[in-house]
Design a protein around this ligand. Structure first.
Ligand SMILES: Cc1cc2nc3c(=O)[nH]c(=O)nc-3n(C[C@H](O)[C@H](O)[C@H](O)COP(=O)(O)OP(=O)(O)OC[C@H]3O[C@@H](n4cnc5c(N)ncnc54)[C@H](O)[C@@H]3O)c2cc1C
Length: 491
């Protein structure tokens, strides 16, 4: 049989694409190398504690927001219980050097008021800056249904860096810290981050902040249920090793088992640097393939999964960002662990009950664990000992920064090797290919007929970015005006 579309990868963007195509009556098959769908975001349990892994909170899902329309159109609004993060402070910032703490309330107006009171001399600049972000954050095609699809990405490549823009706040380094801390959520340092990328990611959180009851697992389960009801299929432990092509178009895929599966269209949601190795020579231009291979990746990370004997009220409906020094955030992985900025989130998402677990995310470089690399994924005892050592060192760091975190027990630590194995991203890049100033990330449509790209590299990382990427790619197959028309009817 020949499918209408094969989607390679069952992450948030793969499932979004599959759902959109299946709902339009296409016969769709999703192929995932991992034993379970959406391995990055589905979370896991250790010693009876559930941990979210690649999804802790979402920005821009407020009632009547453009992202909420996409959620409704996908059928997720009905399936999921969203809850608001703490209105008076959804993301808190602690600056170790000075011992100061700040928090951002939900909503552009509330942020202006609160920061204006704390920094009266900067009030006008704060207002101007936040007005800029409010105007830009939803300036994506599909969030703004009137934005030209062809303009997509241009603004991100050019313009000022976040670092340059924040020079306006030089007299107030604490504001520079607050306005740059969300760079940890997209993995591009403020010196390389386009202001429009920051506006899209940080701005969505300034607009509205939600968790999903049941966390990443509930989100994945809802997407899978919707996909199955729309007739879509999914196969796990199905690693694609090659794309099948004829001179003029894509024909399907070959799995590592040797099985061949045919389809009219193939959507690749993998890290784009992996595409060249899947393609026979000569079907796409060497310059394009070289560009994909050389795209800059975001750094990797250590992710601490720990349980506390004390309830962790400081993470109730809020996250905690910790920065060693005041000023623009630097997520420099060359610094010793103890001098890197990081953030902490509650282990799971839900409105009720005590919070006993936390997830701590601290940027790291692949070179820190590269000695233990093994293509078969085997882990030596020395690697496990090293992992334990890093985990303990990070728990000591957390306790030193926050007395409330003094009684943590390490249940698991993900390293850059773990991240590489879960997503296949080169060197375990936490958010895959980043959107760096001056870098042209690939577009959904390729020169090979029937071959499309999707995933966080196409739009931005995060639920919002990957869902938008899903619309951009599926719109390229189904017709943008067709999909946009459906969205207009959903508003
Ligand atoms: C620690 C962490 C915390 C995060 N927190 C948040 C958050 O709070 N809020 C938020 O909005 N976002 C968050 N994100 C970002 C978000 O999780 C990602 O942007 C998103 O999951 C990326 O989805 P994707 O579909 O583009 O890629 P992926 O999820 O990487 O999907 C690609 C899939 O392809 C599969 N694959 C790879 N090679 C093959 C092959 N050859 N054959 C078959 N399958 C293959 C992989 O196994 C993978 O499942 C976080 C990410 C991380 C890592």
């Amino acid at each position: 049989m020949t499918y209408d579309a094969i989607i390679i990868g069952s992450g948030l963007s793969g499932l979004t694409n599959a759902l959109l195509l299946a709902c339009s009556g296409r016969q769709v098959l999703v192929l995932e190398q991992h034993p379970q769908p959406a391995p990055v975001v589905r979370g896991f349990s250790r010693a009876g504690q559930y941990f979210d892994s690649g999804f802790h909170y979402a920005g821009g899902l407020g009632i009547n927001s453009p992202f909420r329309t996409l959620f409704r159109h996908l059928g997720l609004e009905e399936k999921l219980d969203l809850f608001s993060f703490a209105a008076e402070g959804f993301d808190c910032l602690q600056i170790s050097e000075t011992g100061e703490t700040f928090s951002l309330p939900v909503g552009f107006a509330a942020i202006k008021t609160k920061l204006g009171e704390q920094f009266p001399q900067a009030r006008q600049k704060i207002t101007t800056y936040l007005d800029e972000i409010a105007a830009k954050w939803s300036h994506f095609p599909y969030l703004d249904l009137d934005t030209a699809i062809s303009d997509f990405g241009i603004e991100i490549v050019h313009g000022h860096s976040l670092h340059e823009r924040l020079q306006d706040f030089s007299p107030w380094p604490q504001l520079q810290s607050l306005f740059s801390m969300h760079s940890l959520l997209y993995g591009v340092s403020p010196g390389d981050a386009p202001t429009s990328l920051n506006a899209q990611v940080a701005g969505s959180y300034y607009h509205s902040v939600h968790g999903i009851d049941g966390g990443g697992r509930a989100l994945v389960d809802a997407l899978l249920e919707l996909l199955r009801s729309a007739g879509g299929e999914i196969r796990c432990r199905a690693e694609v090793s090659a794309l099948l092509t004829s001179p003029e178009r894509v024909r399907g895929v070959r799995l590592t088992s040797g099985e061949e599966i045919f389809a009219r269209d193939v959507v690749v949601t993998l890290n784009p640097a992996l595409l060249p190795q899947l393609l026979p020579k000569g079907v796409l231009r060497p310059a394009y393939l070289k560009r994909l291979k050389n795209l800059r990746q975001t750094p990797s990370a250590y992710i601490v999964f720990a349980r506390s004997r004390q309830p962790l009220d400081l993470l109730r409906q809020r996250n905690l960002f910790i920065q060693p020094r005041t000023g623009i955030f630097a997520s420099d992985t060359h610094l010793p662990l103890e001098e890197r900025a990081f953030y902490l989130a509650a282990a799971g998402q839900g409105q009720q009950g005590e919070i006993n677990g936390l997830v701590g995310i601290i940027p790291a470089s692949y070179t820190e664990v590269a000695d233990w690399e093994d293509p078969q994924g085997r882990r030596s005892d020395t690697y496990l000992a090293r992992k334990q050592q890093i985990g303990e060192r990070l728990l000591t760091l957390f306790a030193r920064k926050c007395p409330e975190l003094a009684e943590l027990e390490l249940l698991e630590l993900a390293t850059p090797l773990t991240l590489r194995d879960y997503s296949q991203a080169p060197e375990g890049a936490i958010y895959g290919v980043g959107r760096f100033l001056g870098q042209y990330n690939p577009h959904p449509v390729t020169r090979l007929k029937g071959l499309f790209l999707s995933g966080q590299a196409i739009a931005a990382p995060g639920l919002l970015g990957t869902v938008v990427a899903g619309y951009l790619t599926s719109g390229s197959i189904l017709g943008h005006e067709h999909l946009r028309g459906e969205l207009r009817a959903c508003r």
